[in-house]
Design a binder for this molecule. Structure first.
Ligand SMILES: Cc1cc2nc3c(=O)[nH]c(=O)nc-3n(C[C@H](O)[C@H](O)[C@H](O)COP(=O)(O)OP(=O)(O)OC[C@H]3O[C@@H](n4cnc5c(N)ncnc54)[C@H](O)[C@@H]3O)c2cc1C
Length: 458
């Protein structure tokens, strides 16, 4: 098995050469900080609205080589989060956001087709399945008979015949992509539209300037702009005002050799993206070349806003992820796992992404996807474009903009508490899958987040 920091998707897509760094002072209409999906969709949505807008993207490394280029490729709407959104924002505003998020799922597919970007886009429902009695109620609250439907055990196993599946739910809208192909395709099309992208250009400061705009500083230069979109995902905690708005953990993926015979035997030929019903969830899918990919959202909690190192390659977590794969697909015993990798996750205490106004209304940051940002980052691009261009659009007013802040405890309390709770959740969910029950202390610790109204993962 090859552990690599960037992951197989990026190698498969063929990472493009790095673009030159910023070495000058520039003026722009909008400066975008961060070149993952959020930043790049923001730039795209800006030039769609105002083709002559001067847009500059500043990316610390290379666009699309962060989580945007190495995720599971589940392109999802927010409908599974509807019950949570309704609690926070009420029925009408929650519905509006969910509908727009499903529209974004369709827009990404339409974009790939129109732009002739072969991102392996494949429409297919997303399933949440129960793999243990304790998971039987997972996502049931989201069932509304339209966007999310309930599946019997037989219906679930007709999609994918894992021996541990007990029933589940399926979303109407959903697709999968090869994430790096989507990211690199987007980067190329942005360059074609005249967006200026500087790579190896980490923004070290963002401040308002005397002219009432913002200035983004890098080691080599500065961009002065009318407004800024901040799209740095798990690094958002490095922005002072966002320090207590998220925690950082990681998600890791294992990828098998091509196993078309196993996929055929499972009857899993519809390309469905599936997650189990754990809090520290497993997510799994097939690939165009006949592999099975399984990821686990159970990575360790990182101190502060650290996004490198163990958040990208953690051998112990990879081994636990491999065991998860074999529990769900025991027929893979003896088959090769060829690749393993991971990446940082921006865990929001509400589990919901948010857009927060910074710099006295000249900058906006989108973050908190909690491992579910492939579809919602497009939605965020629509909001950030509308906000930075000061357009009077629904996207500039959706409920996720400046929600009442939910804060996480300060460090070092945060990481110490989160690590204890995570370890308890790992023990609790393993015991439940083994048909038992964790000890009372473990159960008590695992229940702490919900008692505090916080969501650790999922
Ligand atoms: C292993 C894994 C599996 C996942 N699977 C799924 C999935 O199947 N479906 C799903 O919906 N979501 C998934 N996610 C989450 C998803 O990948 C993210 O939510 C999404 O990519 C976020 O996009 P982004 O552009 O906001 O962030 P990123 O892709 O992290 O981009 C942020 C960019 O900002 C840059 N940056 C950071 N600091 C600075 C700075 N100071 N100056 C300039 N640039 C900076 C970084 O280098 C990076 O390129 C997964 C994540 C991981 C790690």
């Amino acid at each position: 098995m090859k552990h690599d920091a960037h992951g197989w998707w990026i190698a498969e897509a063929g990472a493009p050469p790095v673009l030159p760094a910023l070495t000058e002072e520039l003026d722009a209409d909008v400066v975008v900080v961060g070149g993952g999906y959020t930043g790049m969709w923001t730039a795209w949505e800006i030039v769609e609205r105002e083709p002559n807008a001067r847009v500059v993207v500043l990316e610390a490394e290379r666009c699309g080589t962060g989580p945007s280029g190495r995720n599971g490729g589940f392109l999802s709407s927010l409908w599974l989060s509807y019950p949570l959104l309704r609690t926070h924002y009420g029925e009408r505003r929650a519905r509006e956001l969910c509908e727009a998020s499903a529209e974004s799922v369709d827009m990404v597919g339409a974009w790939c087709a129109a732009q002739e970007v072969d991102a392996w886009h494949r429409e297919a429902p997303h399933l949440v399945v129960s793999c243990a009695p304790a998971q039987d109620r997972a996502s049931v609250a989201a069932v509304n008979g339209e966007e999310v439907v309930a599946l019997s055990p037989a219906e679930t196993r007709s999609v994918c015949d894992s021996p541990v599946f007990r029933g589940g739910v399926a979303t109407r809208s959903g697709a999968t992509v090869q994430p790096a192909r989507l990211a690199f395709g987007l980067r190329e099309r942005l360059l074609g539209r005249g967006v200026r992208i500087f790579e190896g250009s980490r923004v070290t400061a963002l401040h308002t300037d005397r002219a009432g705009g913002v200035a983004a500083e890098t080691a080599g230069g500065r961009v002065r702009a009318g407004a800024a979109g901040v799209a740095v995902n798990a690094a958002s905690g490095q922005v002072r005002r966002l320090r207590d708005r998220l925690t950082v953990s990681s998600s890791h993926i294992v990828l098998t050799e091509p196993v078309p015979d196993v996929i055929e035997a499972l009857g899993w030929t519809g390309g469905e993206a599936i997650t189990d019903g754990r809090a520290l969830l497993h997510y799994f899918r097939t690939t165009r070349d006949g592999r099975i990919l399984l990821g686990w959202g159970g990575g360790r909690m990182e101190a502060g806003a650290r996004t490198a190192g163990r958040a990208q390659v953690d051998a112990e977590i990879v081994e636990q992820t491999r065991q998860g794969l074999l529990r769900i697909f025991p027929m893979l015993e003896g088959r090769r796992i060829e690749h393993a990798w991971g990446g940082p996750i921006d865990v929001s205490p509400t589990h919901l992404p948010a857009i927060v106004t910074l710099q006295g209304g000249r900058a906006w940051a989108a973050f908190g996807y909690t491992g579910n940002g492939v579809g919602p980052s497009h939605l965020a691009g629509r909001s950030l474009a509308a906000l930075t261009l000061e357009r009077s659009e629904d996207a500039a007013r959706w409920a996720w903009i400046d929600p009442p802040p939910k804060r996480v405890p300060p460090e070092p309390l945060r990481v110490a508490g989160a690590r204890l709770i995570r370890a308890a959740l790992v023990r609790k969910e393993a015991a439940e899958e083994a048909g038992g029950r964790a000890d009372p202390v473990t159960r008590g610790l695992a229940a702490v987040p919900s008692l505090l109204g916080l969501h650790i993962v999922r």
